[in-house]
Structures are given as C-alpha cells and as structure tokens.
Design a protein around this ligand. Structure first.
Ligand SMILES: Cc1ncc(COP(=O)(O)O)c(C=O)c1O
Length: 469
C-alpha cells in the first residue's frame, strides 16, 4: 500500500461532538499538505505490482484487523476501503465523510451512497431477500413508503406497518418467522410524531431483529439512535448533514451492536453477513466483526447495484458536517419560536411539534431530545401546521409567503413550505392519509437559518390571506 492512501491517524474517540464533526475522518496529504481533504476525482486506482492487484482483489491484505485498525472498529478495513480497486466501491473523499459520520453517530463503519433512497434500499437489501418481510412503523417519509410498496414489492420483499408503536400486540401480530428487520424514523415528517426508539428496540431484541432507523430529520446532533438500542442508521445526507440544499446523498451506518450469530441460532438468517460467499473466503462476520454489516452493504449491495456517491458530493458532505451542531442549534431554536408563535395565531388550528408542551409527545420529546430553557423538547425543525379553511386556507398560506420557499425538501439553510396532501402524500389512499393525519389544511414547514423574526413576519402576512378568505 502506498503511503499517501488515507490512513486515519487520529483517534477521535473520547473527543466531543463539535471536535469530531470537524476532524473525524481527516487524513494527512503527504504530497502537498492540503489541510482540507480534497476531491479525489479518479474512477480507479493504481496497483503497485501484480501481487498488489491480486491481494486487493481477493481482499487478503486487509483481512487481519490488527494491521489497520479502523475507526473504533475491531474489524479493520475492507479491501475497498484504503486498498481500493475502483471508485464504485470507495473513494478517499467519501471515506472522510463516512468516517466522520460513523464517528458522529457512534457507529463502527458507514457507507456513503448517492441518495437517501439508495441508503434505505442498500441497508434493507443487505438484510432481506425475496420471500422475506420487514415491519415498519406507520408514519415514515412518503417516498420511503412508496419505495417499500413498489420496488421492494416487485423484488418480493413485503412490508407490514405498525401504527401504534406502544402496542405490543400489534408488533406481535406483524412480526413473522420471515421478518428480517424493523424499520422506523426518529422524527417522521410532516407531523413530527417522534418514535420511542427504546421501546421498539426492546420488541426487536425479543425477536432477534435488527432495528434500522432513518435519522435524517433527527441528525446525530440531536439524537444518536445507537444510544437508544438501534442497530443500523440510514440518512438522506441531502438534508441537514450536507446542509445547504445543493447535493443529493445518503449513508448507511453500522452500529456494530447486533448479534448476527445469535439471530442465526434463533432461526433468522443473514447470509450476506454470516455466510461465506465463495470457497476459502471467510464470511463478512469472520473477516470484519463489528463492521461486518456495513461491509456487506458496501461490497455485496452497493458494489453490485452501483448507487455510488460522487466524490464532489462526498466533499460537500464532509464539509457540511463540520458545522452540523451549530446549524442544528439554530434550526431548533427558531423552530421552537415559530411553532410556539403559530399556536397562538387565530388562523391556525393546530401545530404538530412534539417538543411543545401542548403535544401528547412532549414528555418523550424532552426525554429523548433534551429541553430548552422553557422546558420544550428539541425535536428538530420539520413540523406540521394546520390552518383554517382546508385546501383553500393551505393555498392562501403557501401563496402568501416570501421568505419560505415553495418547494419539496427539508433540512436546508432556507425555510420551506409544502402541502403534503397534494405532493408527498398525493398517491396514498384516503384511508392511509387519514391514519397519517394528512388533512387538507396541513402544511409542512422546514425551518431554515434565516432570522426567526423574519420567518414569523413572513408567516403572519401569509396568514392574513387565510384570514381574508
Ligand atoms: C426522512 C427521509 N428519508 C429519506 C429521504 C430520501 O432521501 P433522498 O431524497 O436523498 O433520496 C427523505 C427525502 O426527503 C427523507 O425526508
């Protein structure tokens, strides 16, 4: 291996979140001393000689973990990390983003991919195959529900939904012998109806199932699902992590805390992780221990299907994460101001923000997300508001804003507004939308980094149009 290939030289374990978001994953550039990890635009990599090529392809140079201990993970690096072959499997720019994100989430290894949808797909394809089954909580991002009901269905993987995550009987009815994972989100949108991850993790543990959590809206700055018993985290890095609305991306993070052997013994088989793929090659679990799942995602799913993150976007991602906690602080502070103010407006019927004392989820919000000085839970910056007048009221509000952008998307520096019933949830049946609380007057807000005073003024002048109906 050449000296210049990325080798993390710092052990950032034990350092604070703000330090790790700036430094984790960085590596020294011995050629030119560049301080900012550069954009490595190369589809392939030079092999030193014939044997180096052989060893990189069969992966043997990195099977033994102690030679190259990676970020907090006993499993060491896989061939595509730090002894790369081709950029579909890995790229030095993306490694920075991957290690930084693994460090922030407190996981072992992460895999960056081209979008949030790609992350969810890769995460679950590594666990389930045709004829198998996954249980999801009911309130999840609309695009994910469409992905599950369309593409996963066509591949023969079925989903059942649990609507009341506190209801053990509902879980027991949904989980089958062929179930391979439980899927949920930290802060679902549009209604900020947060989940009690610990309860879900307890149910999963009873059934030897890994819990996969989409932490796009929560972000590791507000909640780290592995601390609540989750096993795998996925992200649309398009949102808060990259942070500026410019680059689509995604990531899968391995918590390194799921006992694949115990699951296998209990009759739940995960062949990509626990079984050898060809004679003479040990299983991912034998080779990579606590990083085995992420290696299965990278080498057995992403490498096959090819949703690779461009290094340009990998750069924007690792740079975006440097300011994550600062941005999230402002996102949450402004959201709490806007949400509490909205509740007082005569044109507003309700505000769905779990952290507000008026929410039935307030106690859970404070427990899992901490409280501000006024005792309100810090549950992110994406939430719902329902105005008087149904669709007409919603239209008046959307048409009346200037600072808020009328667009789909969340987690940008810019504030955004959208009408879920006619957009993100437009293809769902009336029954599903009723269960999800997607009503004609509901709007989704994503509060950005503008001045909260300006956001409130903007909403007030738009609400005047609602009042005039
Ligand atoms: C919670 C959540 N997960 C996943 C996705 C999909 O991410 P992407 O648009 O990056 O594919 C989104 C997109 O809005 C999302 O909000």
């Amino acid at each position: 291996m050449t000296e210049n290939v990325a080798q993390p030289i710092y052990d950032w374990e034990g350092f604070g979140f703000d330090t790790r978001q700036v430094h984790a994953g960085e590596y020294p550039d011995k050629n030119s001393g560049l301080r900012v990890p550069p954009i490595a635009l190369s589809a392939g990599y030079l092999f030193d000689d014939f044997d180096d090529q052989v060893n990189r392809f069969n992966g043997s140079i990195h099977w033994r973990s102690d030679e190259h201990p990676g970020h907090g993970e006993p499993g060491g690096f896989s061939p595509s990390e730090h002894a790369p072959i081709y950029s579909r499997q890995g790229n030095p720019t993306n490694w920075v983003a991957e290690e930084r994100l693994a460090s922030l989430e407190g996981g072992t290894v992460s895999v960056a991919v081209a979008s949030g949808q790609a992350a969810i797909s890769a995460a679950l394809f590594a666990l389930a195959q045709q004829g198998e089954h996954i249980v999801s909580t009911g309130s999840i991002y609309g695009g994910t529900r469409i992905l599950f009901g369309r593409s996963f269905k066509r591949f023969g993987i079925e989903f059942d939904y649990v609507w009341d995550a506190d209801d053990d009987a509902e879980w027991e009815r949904a989980i089958r012998p062929s179930t391979k994972a439980i899927y949920t989100e930290t802060i679902p949108n549009p209604r900020n109806d947060i989940t009690d991850l610990r309860r879900i993790a307890e149910v999963a543990a009873r059934h030897n199932l890994p819990v996969v959590v989409d932490n796009t809206v929560g972000t590791p700055a507000l909640i780290r699902p592995f601390e609540h018993g989750a096993n795998i985290v996925v992200h649309s890095t398009t949102k808060f992590l990259t942070g500026h609305g410019a680059a689509v991306g995604g990531a899968v993070i391995d918590g390194g805390n799921f006992d694949w052997d115990a699951a296998e013994r209990a009759g739940r088989s995960y062949p990509l992780i626990t079984q050898s793929s060809r004679p003479g090659v040990p299983s991912m679990l034998d080779r990579f221990g606590r990083g085995a799942y992420a290696r299965a995602v990278r080498e057995s799913v992403v490498n096959d299907i090819g949703p690779t993150l461009s290094p340009l976007h990998g750069f924007l991602l690792h740079q975006g994460m440097e300011t994550l906690s600062l941005r999230m602080e402002r996102h949450v502070t402004s959201s709490l101001r806007v949400a509490a103010w909205l509740e007082q407006q005569p044109e507003v019927l309700s505000v769905d923000y779990a952290g507000l004392p008026s929410s039935p989820l307030h106690e859970l919000a404070v427990r899992n997300y901490g409280a501000d000085d006024a005792g309100r839970g810090r549950t992110g910056s994406v939430f719902g508001v329902t105005v008087r007048g149904g669709v007409d009221g919603a239209r008046a509000l959307v048409n009346g804003v200037r600072v808020f952008s009328r667009m789909t998307g969340i987690g940008d520096t810019r504030s955004m507004i959208i009408h879920p019933l006619t957009s993100t949830h437009g293809t769902f049946s009336p029954e599903i939308n009723e269960r999800l609380g997607i009503t004609p007057g509901l709007l989704r807000l994503s509060v950005g980094l503008e001045s909260a005073d300006d956001l409130i003024r903007d909403l007030r002048s738009a609400l005047d149009r609602v009042a005039a109906l």
